[in-house]
Structure formats: structure tokens, C-alpha cells
Design a protein around this ligand. Structure first.
Ligand code: AMP
Ligand code: MG
Length: 426
């Protein structure tokens, strides 16, 4: 969508149904953001190993059949099913051996078979394999009853992939299995979208960096470290711009510097009530940014828009809120910008909650939970202790979010709830 519609969203929101910047449902905020994202288009060639975690910029077509020849799926004896006795015992003469990578050169005559290993090319004239456990072998003859059906225990050329078949589509995020699949085609280099450049800085007069002495009222900046971790896992290029004081000129310069070198800018802090007006003015001057109060906890304030050509996400300052907002909005947006047209949403799984939870309706809560298999075979989830949005320990202890939607109120122990697993995602 064009920047004009982003400006509509900011200045003329009434054109959009149900638009309420003071109580934006999570799903709607996600949807609005989605409409303004324009995926990467610049491509580069990388070697196969470097493609892990990158997004394919072109379809991969199979240059050959996989497997490239009919072969045996088992250790046994290859023969022609025409030689099966119509009843009783089948007896065949063994005329040679076929190994994986070393085919039997000759052809089978009537009543003959070839000892064959898994993966070996089917000898000429053979169409079926009887597994070795089913036969009795004596001298150069094998015997078996209840012979296999024609074609049993064989794998056909092109059965996995036919030559010319589309193996992976452009926009696919490359994972471990894909590396193997691509290697199985003999492809050593592929085209991916260039890495997304993400710049971020923390805002706040109270923040100090590691290595400095902590004076009264100061806190160490932890948000840049969680952001570093989450962004690194996504495989983007990181530009860490440090801490920026709550001084308009400094913030302005930092935003301009970031927009000059990055595709995406993330800031933490300074978007909540009290500071919002100040950041609002600055961002109004520099770009097109909406300020929402998302109906969620933690992570209510969220700013989203553009500063120059860069996408901008203004995250709250509270350390847990940063992670929740990142997980709920930024991660998916980055995946789209990286070139994945439709990233798979994080699945919501059901588990029994072991404790009671106090919750108001009208907002989505992302409580931190510990998901575990119970002795009775079911999956249970235990909320971590203090759920304050500044309690970062709760994120370290947790392995999932307990997602309680807007319609959900208090929960009693034993209720099934939905959980989102964190492992592998953040
Ligand atoms: P703010 O959104 O700027 O009002 O910040 C909300 C709370 O988060 C305050 O208690 C801040 O001290 C804290 N906070 C903001 N930024 C950071 C940061 N980078 N690291 C740790 N705590 C922070
Ligand atoms: Mg602040």
C-alpha cells in the first residue's frame, strides 16, 4: 500500500472502520502494519550453507530426477516378478551383487536374481526386491514363499522430485531440511534476498551501559541486549546505535542517522503516556508515524510508521513489553520485509493452566508461562510468578506465553488456555 494510505491512517482515521488508536486490538494492529510493508527486492547469490535462515529470491527447479535411477529400498534380492511361482516356493539363481554406488553391469535372465543393497541401482530386467529376511539362501540359490508384489521395495527415478519440478518457491525461508534438499539436487549456490538492515537504540535519561557505575535512579540498558538476541535469531543485519538521551535534538539526529542506513528502525522507551506527545511531535516532523494504545498487556503503547524510507517501530520501554511487542508485531513484519510473503503465524496450542489468573476482559494478555508434560500425559502450563512488565526474569523463566484474548476474564486452575511456544522464535 502507498504512503498516502499511511497518512490517511494518521490524519483521517475515520475512513477506516473500527479504528480506535486508544484501544487497538492486537489482531487489527497487526493487520494495519501488514498493509504497509513492502518486501525486499534486492537479491544476491550465496553459497548453500550461507543460505540458512535467508529467504529464497527465486524458485528452485529440480535440474534432475531425484533419485536419478530406480533403486532398491532394502537389502535383499532384485528379480523380475514374472519369475514368481504361481503357488508355493519361488527359487532363483543369484548371478551377482549390486552395491549402492556400484551397479550390477549385466542383465537378468529368466529365473535369475541379483543380491542388492539399499540404494543400489536396479539391475536391467529386475522390477521387484524381496528382502533378505524373507529368503533362505543356499549356494547360489535363494528360495522364498509368499513373494512380494511387483515393484515392492523399490524406489523409482523421480519419485522424490521430477526433473523441472518446482522444489521450493521464491519467498521460502531456508531451513536445515531445505539445505539438504537443495544439496540433493547438486545446487551449490542460490539467490536470496539481501539481509534486512535493522537499526535500534534505547531512549531514556535513566539508562546507562554495561561497564558504567549505576547511580541512584539509574538502570542498565537491557533492551538493546534482548533486541540483539531476537534480531540475531532472525538473521538480520544489526546496527546497534546505543543509548540516546531524552533530548529532542539527539533523538532527531539518531532517527535521521538510522533512516539513512537501515530498512527498519526500532526504538525502545519514550512512547508511553507523558512522553508520547514529545516523541509524537518529533516523528510527525520526521516521518509518518501512528501512535496506538494497543489493547494488550504488557506492551500497550506502540508507534508504527515510516521515517524516510525506513519502517519504524516505537516499542515501549519496559523490558518485558519490548519482548512481547517484538514477538507480536515486529517479528512477523520483519519476516515479510525479508521477502516472505506469508510467514506462518506462531501456532496457538492448548494446555491446562495449573494456577488461577486474574485478568480483565477487553485486552489481550501475554502472561509468561512454563509449559511441561504432566505425568498423566497431558501438557500443563504454570504461570511464572510476578507478571509485572518490568520483570525480565519472568521471560527468562518462561518457555511460552499464555495468550488470553480480549473476551477472557479470570481463569481458575484447571482451565484449558492457549499458549505460544517461545523456543526457537526469540
Ligand atoms: P518508558 O517507556 O520510556 O516510559 O520506560 C518505561 C520503563 O522501562 C521505565 O521504568 C524505564 O526505566 C524502563 N526502561 C526503558 N528503557 C529501558 C532499557 N533500555 N532497559 C531497561 N529498562 C528500560
Ligand atoms: Mg523513557
Amino acid at each position: 500500500m502507498s504512503e498516502k494510505s499511511l497518512s490517511d491512517l494518521i490524519h483521517n482515521p475515520s475512513c477506516l472502520e473500527d479504528y480506535d488508536p486508544n484501544s487497538m486490538p492486537v489482531a487489527q494492529a497487526r493487520q494495519y502494519i501488514r498493509e504497509f510493508l513492502n518486501p525486499a527486492t534486492t537479491r544476491e547469490s550465496v553459497s548453500i550453507r550461507s543460505a540458512l535462515g535467508r529467504v529464497l529470491a527465486e524458485d528452485i527447479l529440480s535440474p534432475c530426477n531425484v533419485p536419478n535411477h530406480d533403486n532398491s529400498a532394502m537389502d535383499g534380492y532384485a528379480f523380475n516378478a514374472d519369475d514368481l511361482a504361481s503357488s508355493g516356493e519361488t527359487a532363483l539363481r543369484v548371478i551377482g551383487t549390486a552395491y549402492a554406488g556400484k551397479a550390477y553391469a549385466g542383465a537378468l535372465g529368466k529365473g535369475q536374481c541379483v543380491r542388492i543393497m539399499t540404494g543400489a541401482v536396479m539391475p536391467q530386467g529386475a522390477d521387484t526386491v524381496v528382502i533378505q529376511e524373507r529368503v533362505s539362501a543356499e549356494n547360489d540359490t535363494i528360495r522364498f514363499t509368499d513373494g512380494p508384489k511387483r515393484g515392492a521395495n523399490t524406489r523409482y527415478a523421480g519419485e522424490d522430485l521430477a526433473q523441472g519440478q518446482r522444489v521450493l518457491p521464491a519467498g521460502h525461508l531456508i531451513r536445515a531440511a531445505d539445505l539438504g534438499l537443495i544439496a540433493s539436487l547438486g545446487i551449490g549456490e542460490l539467490k536470496v534476498y539481501r539481509k534486512l538492515r535493522v537499526a535500534f537504540f534505547s531512549t531514556g535519561d535513566e539508562l546507562v551501559g554495561i561497564g558504567q557505575e549505576l547511580k541512584a535512579g539509574q538502570v542498565y540498558d537491557s533492551n538493546r541486549y534482548t533486541l540483539y538476541g531476537m534480531l540475531t535469531r532472525l538473521g538480520v543485519e544489526i546496527i546497534d546505535m546505543g543509548i540516546v538521551r531524552d533530548v529532542p535534538e539527539l533523538l532527531e539526529q539518531a532517527l535521521l542517522d538510522a533512516s539513512a542506513c537501515a530498512d527498519v528502525i526500532l526504538t525502545s522507551g519514550g512512547v508511553s503516556v507523558g512522553e508520547a506527545d514529545f516523541m509524537k511531535q518529533l516523528l510527525e516532523k520526521l516521518g509518518q508515524v501512528v501512535f496506538w494504545k494497543v489493547a494488550m498487556k504488557p506492551g500497550r503503547p506502540l508507534a508504527y510508521g515510516k521515517v524516510g524510507h525506513a519502517h519504524y517501530f516505537g516499542l515501549p520501554g519496559n523490558p518485558v513489553a519490548v519482548m512481547v511487542s517484538f514477538y507480536q508485531f515486529v517479528r512477523e513484519a520483519l519476516l515479510v520485509l525479508m521477502g516472505q510473503p506469508a510467514p506462518t503465524p506462531s501456532p496457538l496450542l492448548s494446555a491446562i493452566c495449573t494456577g488461577e489468573i486474574k485478568k480483565l476482559t477487553g485486552r489481550t494478555e501475554f502472561q509468561r508461562g512454563i509449559l511441561y508434560p504432566d505425568q498423566d500425559g497431558s501438557w500443563k502450563v504454570r504461570p511464572t510468578g510476578n507478571q509485572g512488565s518490568g520483570i525480565l526474569r519472568s521471560m527468562s523463566e518462561a518457555n511460552c506465553f499464555i495468550v488470553l484474548d480480549e473476551n477472557t476474564g479470570n481463569i481458575v486452575a484447571g482451565t484449558p488456555v492457549q499458549v505460544q511456544i517461545l523456543e526457537g522464535i526469540i
